[in-house]
Design a protein around this ligand. Structure first.
Ligand SMILES: NC(=O)c1ccc[n+]([C@@H]2O[C@H](COP(=O)([O-])OP(=O)(O)OC[C@H]3O[C@@H](n4cnc5c(N)ncnc54)[C@H](OP(=O)(O)O)[C@@H]3O)[C@@H](O)[C@H]2O)c1
Length: 260
């Protein structure tokens, strides 16, 4: 990762889980950071520890990306820092676990705003910026293994991640000639705050296969710097993703319903 020393990355959802791991790994390699999430205290703690340990510059911005103007406010705040963002990690996201009908419309809309609308807006704003400044940028979009197929009990969440996966694959192709790569990271169950926020808990089978966030973040960054289209971390996750291609939908839906 020598070439990226001294560059700047924006990481959304950096207050916990995968976002915090991306921040630790990038700063170890000399990348300066702009970290954003809603929990300011957590961001400040991370900033202090990374600046001290890894001697990089870190800015924090508190922002709610499920609010209507969250993404545009964040973009404005990042612009006012006057730092050239060449790495964008669109990581902030939430899940909703349970039957679609049993969850409030408000929760669904808030998840779609965060996982789909803000991610799209930030990607557009920073791609435009990178093109204008002739930056050969790297963009990582957090999808999920459930982005490869339907997933009862995570129905709307899986649909948001299918959108992200499709967007990344198309954009990687569209922007290749401009020197910008867009990579989808598609993890399986990972030990973060995700399941408690999603108001669910991974069943026994899923718990056996849970990956650690460090491993997932590290594979994601390797794939992003290799300018790959899609990264599926871990063998079990790869098998699970590819089963969407060869198992009949009726069987897939039954298995996913039992596991979720
Ligand atoms: N863990 C898994 O099993 C798994 C599997 C596949 C994909 N993923 C994806 O990985 C990404 C990271 O999740 P994680 O596993 O690291 O979970 P996490 O520990 O819950 O982290 C989620 C991050 O998103 C931020 N966030 C949530 N709502 C937000 C909002 N309205 N505005 C701004 N930031 C918000 C949270 O910060 P604040 O609460 O401070 O705002 C937090 O930093 C998500 O996109 C998730 O869908 C996770």
């Amino acid at each position: 990762m020598k070439k990226i020393k001294g560059s700047w990355a924006l990481i959304t959802g950096a207050s916990s889980g995968l976002g915090a791991e991306f921040a630790k790994l990038l700063s170890k390699n000399g990348v300066n950071l702009v970290l954003t999430a809603r929990r300011t205290e957590k961001l400040k703690e991370l900033k202090d520890s990374l600046e001290q340990k890894n001697h990089v510059s870190v800015h924090t911005i508190s922002n709610d990306l499920s609010s209507n103007n969250g993404a545009s406010l964040l973009y404005k705040d990042v612009c006012s820092l006057n730092v050239p963002i060449s790495i964008l990690i669109n990581n902030a996201g939430v899940g909703l676990n349970g039957r679609f009908k049993d969850m409030s419309l408000e929760d669904h809309m808030s998840m779609v705003k965060l996982n789909v609308l803000s991610l799209t807006e930030l990607t557009h704003l920073f791609v435009t910026d990178m093109l204008k400044k002739k930056i050969r940028g790297y963009i990582l979009l957090l999808s999920s293994v459930v982005g490869f197929g339907p997933c009862p009990n995570f129905s709307a969440y899986a649909a948001t991640k299918a959108y992200v996966l499709s967007l990344a694959e198309s954009l990687n192709h569209e922007l290749k000639s401009e020197g910008i790569s867009v990579t989808a990271l598609c993890p399986g169950p990972t030990r973060t705050e995700f399941f408690s926020t999603a108001k669910g808990s991974p069943g026994k089978v899923l718990q056996t296969f849970m990956m650690e966030p460090e491993e997932v973040a590290s594979e994601g960054l390797k794939g992003m710097f290799a300018r790959n289209r899609v990264v599926v971390p871990g063998l079990i996750t790869k098998i699970s993703a590819s089963s969407n291609r060869w198992l009949p939908k009726s069987i897939l839906l039954k298995i996913a319903d039992k596991l979720g």
